[in-house]
Design a binder for this molecule. Structure first.
Ligand code: URA
Length: 436
């Protein structure tokens, strides 16, 4: 087999065999096929697409490039969730302990924020002492002991994805449904959970800007996971405006803690209950949606999900004093409220701009490996549909630098659209796909 022939076949729109795909993936992982050939192959995939079977074969080839975890000897059902990335998306911080409190094990590898989107590990690392670099052995031991573990991606898992993603990033080949779906699903399959819920975000603050694209990605990923014997569901959820009120790291953690105490923004609580319900359904521990929801509401309201959160944070070395008194979490030097510029209804709130502003304040990374400031961010007081009076607090900026603070003010004000007439916000949940 020759890489050049495989590239030519894909260039000509011919479906590749499992062997051809495997040859390219293993060859690239083992450095026997160079970057330039793989870049040409990836571009041919972007332009010509892949059939569903090719996408499944690509996913499996990526899984085979590294280690594969298995949890068969764990009695409980092990589930995992994945968000395609958004702004203010702190869902794992609430949903993981919530579902674990219901007796369903959550074993999850999370990522860090990049660009305008945030990452769960960065939020968790606002807690002094919290460790996100567990070995596979420590991951397994904690999962068996307390039923919940969230850590960074193990280096041995899907090494092909690490290499391919870095190459895609610099060759304009990220935007491709089969490449995105195989990248996400290979990591989920290799991490071993038998139930998977995919939170596919749609809107200005997401990868997928249209509902059609989001639905296509969601159904492709559900198809791949189901073919591989996993129970998979996908929720298509709105990301035109940020989720909840807080965008940053420590501020998002504070909001998640408030939600675990039965407070917190209603949209965020609702989103957590929806994802949690789907997780219990794929785990098969409930009769139906209303059963799941009642159980989860009860676990939130009786603080049992909160107790599980504490157990989890303590197990990973986090100092509980900072979650018991979240006002002790890293705080910014400048905390400034911005007043509403007019009396009107909020008609739009550009999630991407809010996420970018938080990144520019220092809360995110422009490129992989940048250090971040856990204290900075933005807290929104009025979201789409709210009516505000001129001069009322519109949002609060948390900054460590006065120059960045004034830059953020301009951007944030420009992120709002206004209307004199009442405005109905987009639905939070657009669709649920898969029966799992
Ligand atoms: N997230 C991933 O893990 N991979 C992609 O290709 C896109 C988003």
């Amino acid at each position: 087999m020759r890489a050049a022939d495989i590239i030519a076949r894909k260039r000509d729109g011919i479906a590749l065999s499992a062997e051809e795909i495997d040859f390219m993936v293993q060859g690239y992982t083992q450095d026997t096929i160079p970057d330039y050939q793989v870049a040409a192959w990836l571009m041919a995939i972007v332009l010509r697409g892949m059939e569903r079977q090719e996408t499944i074969d690509l996913t499996m080839a990526m899984v085979r490039s590294g280690e594969r975890l298995e949890w068969q000897n764990i009695d409980a059902s092990v589930v995992d969730k994945h968000s395609t990335g958004g702004v203010g998306d702190k869902t794992t911080l609430v949903v993981a302990p919530l579902v674990a409190a219901a007796g369903v094990y959550v074993g999850k590898m999370s990522g860090r924020g990049l660009g305008f989107t945030g990452g769960t590990l960065d939020k968790l690392e606002s807690i002094p002492g919290f460790r996100a670099d567990l070995s596979v052995e420590a991951f397994r031991a904690q999962l068996e002991r307390i039923g919940i573990v969230v850590t960074g991606q193990s280096a041995g898992l899907v090494p092909a994805d690490g290499k391919l993603y870095a190459l895609r990033d610099v060759t304009a080949t990220v935007d491709s449904l089969p490449l995105i779906a195989s990248s996400i699903m290979s990591k989920k399959i290799a991490a071993g959970a038998n139930g998977i819920v995919l939170d596919v975000k749609v809107g200005h603050g997401a990868f997928m800007e249209t509902e059609d694209e989001a639905e296509e990605l969601a159904s492709l990923m559900v198809h791949i996971g189901t073919k591989m014997g996993r129970r998979v569901r996908a929720v298509i959820s709105d990301m035109n405006q940020p989720l909840g009120h807080a965008v940053g790291n420590a501020v998002e953690l504070q909001e998640a803690i408030a939600t675990l105490h039965g407070r917190g923004p209603l949209d965020f609580r609702e989103h957590c209950l929806t994802i949690g319900t789907q997780l219990l359904l794929v785990a098969g521990t409930v009769e139906g949606t209303s059963d799941a929801r009642n159980e989860l509401e009860n676990l939130l309201d009786t603080r049992r999900a909160w107790s599980k959160f504490r157990e989890w944070i303590e197990a990973q070395g986090g100092d509980l004093a900072f979650v018991d008194e979240p006002e002790r979490l890293p705080s910014a030097r400048f905390v400034r409220e911005l007043p509403a510029p007019r009396t009107a209804y909020v008609a739009g709130l550009d999630a991407r701009e809010i996420g970018l502003t938080s990144m520019l304040l220092g809360g995110g990374r422009a490129k992989k490996g940048d250090t971040i400031d856990h204290a900075v961010g933005v807290v929104l007081h009025a979201k789409v549909g709210a009516r505000v009076e001129k001069g009322e607090p519109l949002l609060t900026i948390h900054a460590d630098d006065e120059g960045k603070l004034s830059g953020a003010q301009q951007r944030l004000l420009a992120a709002y659209d206004w209307s004199d007439e009442p405005v109905e916000p987009a639905p939070l949940i657009h669709k649920v796909i898969g029966q799992g």
